[in-house]
Design a protein around this ligand. Structure first.
Ligand code: CTP
Length: 409
């Protein structure tokens, strides 16, 4: 599973006529790169914007445009719906949304949608006034009620020189919508609070103490938890990463700010995963003005920051609390000790000495330790795959709790 969620999947991409058709070409490239096989069906209007040849070359498959040219590709009007994992419509015009909502099937694309048993994901793109139109909104509402999924359009400048809501969602949001549609929603109903990134402790107005954390591990956990159906709040120290799709992001800077944000979301959460590299110390005083150089030696006195993880885990109730331990020696013993002392359900132990593990890389190598002391040593894998493993274990702890509660009843 993991980030290979698209590998080997068969996707039908419906393309309707709008200026955003060229973005659908990019989408085909991304899907093929991720290992999916893509068959494209275009409306006649879509072919006026981009030639079917573009999609044929990018997908490596024939492109379907006409219901009555069956002899050419040996298809009948519903054969595109067979052995398919998902149908995506991008861009989807107001017109095609209206047709689907009203049960009209007057071309190959709409016929395919009507016969589709697998999920259909619709990515609208249109002028903002059209998108705001009550009929269009009513159609979307109706389709959502019927189980159709949507990636809402983004806000920005439109081809017609107006600005507003209506432009096709970003490629990253569409890709995430597709991954989500193909992923079992086994964390639905969970509310996951994740922390990520470093913290910064100011010395004076221009300098701070921080660490090498980039936030990649925590961001991957937040994204995958959301993809698996959880509601996710991500409390992040300063990073350069794009915001995960569908996640509420709260930026903080210092450990104190991170503590405040975590405590204010604690009661809301059912799961807390603390992947942040919180500074253990902060300067005891912060100079109001920039410190000028003078003496040969300068001392900065530091004082302890609150341990956020211990604080939330102390009174965790039924919450599942997961910590990280980054060590340079005696990894497993240190991690087990932290798990006990901090009252955690799981701890992910990171050996900084391992190649491919730790800060600023896309891979990680961790061991997951549970409260019974069991150690699961994972091989080197991408941070996204690590996120899947951690969340699998979280799911197990939740299931154990549910079984335990049932046993007591
Ligand atoms: N953590 C925290 N608040 C702090 C320090 C750490 O919430 N002030 C959390 C981290 O997010 C991580 C876990 O505690 O999940 C372990 O952090 P680590 O720095 O490895 O452990 P410490 O308990 O700080 O111990 P030490 O620095 O002595 O190894």
């Amino acid at each position: 599973m993991g980030e290979h969620v698209l590998a080997g999947k068969s996707i039908v991409l419906g393309v309707t006529g709008g200026i955003a058709v060229y973005k659908a070409a990019e989408l085909v490239r991304e899907l093929v790169k991720a290992g999916a096989s893509v068959r494209v069906v275009m409306t006649e209007n879509a072919t006026r914007f981009v030639s079917p040849l573009t999609f044929q070359v990018l997908s490596g498959n024939p492109v379907f445009t006409d219901m009555f040219k069956q002899d050419v590709y040996d298809i009948n009007h519903i054969s595109l719906t067979e052995n398919v994992s998902l149908m995506v419509i991008a861009p989807a015009t107001a017109n095609v949304i209206g047709k689907i909502a009203s049960g009209i099937a007057d071309d190959l694309l709409t016929t395919t949608v009507m016969a589709m048993e697998q999920p259909v994901l619709i990515c609208p793109a249109m002028n903002s006034r059209m998108y705001a139109n009550a009929v269009v909104q009513g159609n979307i509402k109706r389709l959502v009620g019927l189980g159709y999924q949507f990636v809402p359009p983004g806000y920005g400048e439109l081809a017609c020189k107006t600005e507003g809501e209506g432009r096709l969602a970003d490629l990253s949001a569409i890709m995430e919508g597709i991954k989500r549609a193909l992923t079992p929603q086994d964390l639905a109903g969970q509310r996951v609070l994740v922390t990520a990134g470093p913290t910064r402790e100011a010395i004076d107005p221009v300098r701070f103490i921080s660490n090498h954390s980039t936030g990649k591990m925590g961001y991957a956990i937040a994204q995958v938890a959301s993809r698996r159906g959880a509601e996710v709040v991500l409390v992040s120290g300063p990073t350069y990463l794009p915001a995960p799709v569908g996640v509420k992001l709260i930026y903080v800077s210092t450990a104190g700010e991170m503590r405040d944000a975590v405590l204010s979301w604690k009661d809301w959460s059912t799961v807390i995963i603390k992947a942040a590299a919180v500074a253990d110390y902060r300067p005891s005083t912060q100079a109001k003005e920039k410190i000028k150089k003078s003496e040969e030696f300068l001392q900065i006195s530091l004082e302890r920051n609150p341990d956020i993880l211990s604080e939330v885990a102390k009174e965790k109730g039924d919450r599942v609390v997961v910590g990280f331990a980054m060590e340079t020696e005696a990894l497993i013993d240190q991690a087990k000790k932290k798990l006990k002392e901090k009252n955690l359900d799981l701890i992910c132990a990171n050996d900084l000495g391992e190649p491919g593990a730790g800060f600023a890389v896309d891979t990680n190598r961790i061991s997951i330790i549970d409260s019974a002391g069991r150690v699961e040593a994972l091989p080197l894998m991408t941070k996204e795959e690590v996120a899947y493993h951690i969340l699998d274990r979280v799911r197990e702890v939740i299931d154990d709790r549910i079984r335990g509660r049932k046993g007591r009843d």
